[in-house]
Ligand binder design. Structure first.
Ligand SMILES: *Cc1c(COP(=O)(O)O)cnc(C)c1O
Length: 372
């Protein structure tokens, strides 16, 4: 059995240190905010190269807080790719603003900058690109468009811890970068968690206040906000893991290179890394028109796969009220039919990769001979 991700293998080495941190915090009895949270925020800001980092309750809350802090709400529009996790669009809706969807680039499956001018209106306030699967979006073109039309950029870097675009870390190119520490992300908490990074002091302050029920001093609340702080225990656990993130990402990249080599002769679209960006291979996603049959075949051989994501945003029932129709975003719709995430985590072995590759080989050989 080869799982899609293996968190128990992933945590094995650091487990004694993680357990010690939890015990230390239980003994201290300080569970909300405090030095563990600020130490992690400083370390993560340094890692990203940002001036400020604010820990929050989840990646979804990071996105909501970012849109809010930019004063975007009722009557405003935010441009969002049609192919992403639902949170990207839900965050915009949570503020009362409207997510305006655009199709994605057929190679990177990230927001296609050529679509931006088609959806720009007087109400457009921000662009929300997603570095999907860890692959940075085409930020140069997106940033040029944003600058020209005075739009803010919120990066959904929930899958892109450590990814690099033209020498810059994901999350550091826009006005605000949003991260998730959901357990299976490249940097994962042992529960929920998230953070924003920014170089803008006022935005960082607003987000810190907003996510702490609007409180600037004890019982002085200046804005209305949720209780969405980064949990103290999670911050301590994340700080133990952060120094290992680059090595884990390197491991994923070398595994991805093995996949790419082993799968090159099959009728599969492999992930393509453009020369100006470095992906963290949060997911290793191949594409095939026979995706569902391949997935069932691999499952029967004990190989777990995933689909990220089976439905483009405009076809999610919760987003029907936006009024888009089937056919509106052909690249996203085709991707949703064809993407297949193969097992990928730093503890996967070269032997596992060979097992997956030979099963895929058998699938395609069998199908070809059946057709003859
Ligand atoms: C995981 C993820 C989120 C949401 O993060 P949570 O911490 O689960 O709330 C948002 N956007 C993308 C692209 C994600 O992958």
């Amino acid at each position: 059995m080869i799982p899609l991700v293996n968190l128990s293998a992933h945590h094995q080495k650091l487990e004694p240190r993680l357990t010690r941190a939890i015990t230390r915090i239980i003994k201290a009895g300080t569970f909300i905010l405090g030095p563990d949270v600020s130490a992690f925020e400083q370390a993560f800001a340094r890692y990203c190269g940002s001036r400020y980092c604010v820990g929050v309750g989840s990646g979804t809350d990071a996105l909501i807080a970012a849109v809010r802090a930019l004063d975007v709400g009722e009557g405003d529009e935010v441009i969002v790719p049609a192919f992403t996790f639902v949170s990207t669009a839900f965050a915009v809706l949570a503020t009362g603003a409207r997510p305006v969807l655009v199709d994605v680039d057929p190679i990177t499956l990230t927001l296609d900058p050529l679509q931006l001018s088609h959806v720009l209106t007087a109400r457009t306030r921000a662009i929300l690109p997603v570095h999907l699967y860890g692959m940075p979006a085409d930020m140069t073109a997106i940033m040029a468009f944003a600058k020209k039309h005075r739009l803010a950029i919120i990066e959904d870097a929930a899958q892109a811890h450590g990814s690099i675009y033209r020498g810059k870390r994901a999350g550091m190119m826009g006005t605000i970068g949003c991260f998730s520490f959901y357990p299976s992300k490249n940097l994962g908490a042992l529960g929920d968690g998230g953070a924003i990074v920014t170089n803008n002091a006022a935005l960082a302050r607003t987000i810190r206040t907003y996510c702490n029920i609007g409180e600037i001093h004890k019982y002085v609340h200046t804005i209305v906000g949720p209780n969405s702080r980064l949990d103290t225990i999670q911050a301590a656990l994340l700080r133990i893991q952060l120094p290992h993130l680059d090595a884990w990402n390197r491991k994923r990249r070398s595994l991805a290179a093995m996949y790419n080599h082993a799968l090159q002769d099959f009728p599969l679209t492999l992930p393509q890394e453009l020369p100006d960006r470095i992906t963290n291979y949060h997911l290793f996603v191949v594409r095939s028109p026979r995706r569902d049959a391949l997935r069932r075949f691999l499952a029967r051989r004990g190989i777990q796969t995933g689909i990220h994501y089976p439905t483009p945003l405009h076809l999610e029932p919760a987003l029907f009220p936006l009024g888009y129709r089937k056919g509106a975003f052909p690249v996203s719709e085709k991707a949703a039919r064809e993407v297949l995430s193969l097992p990928m985590y730093p503890e996967l072995t070269p032997h596992d990769i060979q097992t997956v590759a030979s099963s895929i080989r058998i699938f395609f050989l069998r199908k070809t001979s059946l057709r003859k």
